[in-house]
Ligand binder design. Structure first.
Ligand SMILES: *Cc1c(COP(=O)(O)O)cnc(C)c1O
Length: 378
């Protein structure tokens, strides 16, 4: 289906991909084939380059959705008697805590509300008080509410205490800077179908080489063992088990376009413009964003649901969809919200078009728009 006819996905992934990226999937590859394995090698190299980790880190790809790679990273890097500290300001942090519990790794949380950033001083204090903690697992952009956590400062605190750091950078990788030369980390986890604008189906974990070398035998699982995947790939150039060949080919093409666009700066800049246009556009309709702009990541924005008895998310969603845009439900426990993503391959008209679709929908649903602030200042 051509892009003109499929709706624009304003979601945290899968997201709208380019025609070229989808076209890269229109052929079949043998997993033993050297042409295919060169594609894998190229992706691993390009991914390392994005974080400037060529000298220090290894990129280990893994089949599956992003969570598979988070689980694999924890299972591979944290020893079975390890202890993980999870600063928790949302749903994806809680998922990491759950992974630790399922894998039988001891876990401790520092709880925040969903509208607050993780504080490096808290991490510092908890690590100082509890020497049994071996690793910190941090979500960089907490996609639940859209908060950007201060990765660099937290990484320095973790390094100061000599502990390991595993970063879920799923929704920030490629758009928000992570520089392995400045920010110390043991692992950064990301996936094909987020800011690199590939299709979903594989993740990758960027692991410090000296850490990875010591991970043999940690993992509870055969298929999720990143050490084993790394060793096998090093020996054979191949994936250990059937690779998602079409996803790999699409990611390679998506990364080519990423580089052509201007890399991280251009990608992050485009998402930041989308984010600004979106928040301003919906504010003019009386729809308020949830977070303090100072901690808002330019990735996904949470909005308060209109305060009107005629509003319900399902109808709102369907009406906006009819107009060509897919939104996302909120993921907050306390307040009624919906979310709109800023990432994906759509032109400059994408966000203004989505704002117009929301305006039209609110009107069709008979929802009163609280534009008092804007009206009095205009
Ligand atoms: C998307 C995402 C994931 C992975 O989710 P999957 O549904 O498994 O792909 C993990 N963490 C964060 C922060 C994410 O945004």
């Amino acid at each position: 289906m051509s892009q003109a006819r499929s709706p624009i996905l304003l979601t945290p992934g899968p997201l709208t991909t380019s025609d070229k990226t989808r076209a890269a999937m229109l052929r079949d590859w043998g997993s033993w084939d050297s042409d295919f394995n060169q594609i894998t090698a190229r992706i691993r190299q390009q991914v390392l380059r994005i974080v400037h980790g060529e000298a220090t880190h290894e990129c280990v790809p893994l089949q599956g959705s992003g969570t598979f790679s988070v689980e694999a990273a924890i299972g591979t890097i944290v020893p079975r008697d390890g202890h993980v500290l999870v600063p928790n300001n949302g749903a994806y942090c809680q998922r990491i805590a759950k992974i630790c519990k399922v894998l039988g790794r001891r876990v401790t949380l520092i709880d925040y509300t969903e509208d607050k950033q993780v504080q490096p001083a808290d991490v510092d204090r908890v690590l100082a008080a509890d020497p049994s903690i071996t690793h910190v697992a941090l979500v960089h952009c907490e996609t639940g509410a859209g908060v950007l956590n201060p990765l660099h400062e937290i990484a320095l605190a973790v390094e100061k205490h000599g502990r390991g750091l595993i970063v879920d950078a799923m929704s920030s990788f490629g758009a928000i800077e992570i520089d392995a030369r400045k920010t110390p980390f043991d692992a950064v986890v990301a996936a094909s179908g987020k800011c690199l604008e590939g299709v979903p189906g594989m993740g990758f974990v960027i692991i410090r080489r000296s850490t990875l070398e010591k991970c043999e035998g940690n993992c509870h699982s055969l298929a999720m063992d990143l050490y084993d995947q790394w060793v096998y790939m090093g020996k054979t150039t191949q994936w250990r088990f059937t690779p998602p060949t079409h996803v790999v080919a699409a990611l390679d093409e998506a990364i080519t376009q990423y580089v052509e666009e201007g890399g991280l700066e251009a990608r992050g800049g485009r998402y930041a413009r989308n984010c600004k246009t979106l928040i301003a556009g919906l504010a003019a309709l009386g729809v308020r964003s949830y977070l303090d702009p100072a901690i808002q990541a330019p990735i996904i924005v949470t909005f308060h649901a209109p305060d009107d008895p005629k509003y319900d998310f399902k109808t709102f969603y369907q009406e906006v969809k009819k107009r060509g845009y897919i939104l996302y439900p909120g993921k907050l426990t306390q307040v009624e919200t919906f979310r709109v993503g800023c990432m994906g391959h759509f032109g400059d008209a994408g966000i203004p078009g989505a704002v117009a679709a929301v305006a039209d929908t609110l009107k069709a649903m008979g929802i009163k728009q609280q534009v008092t602030d804007v009206a009095t200042t205009a």
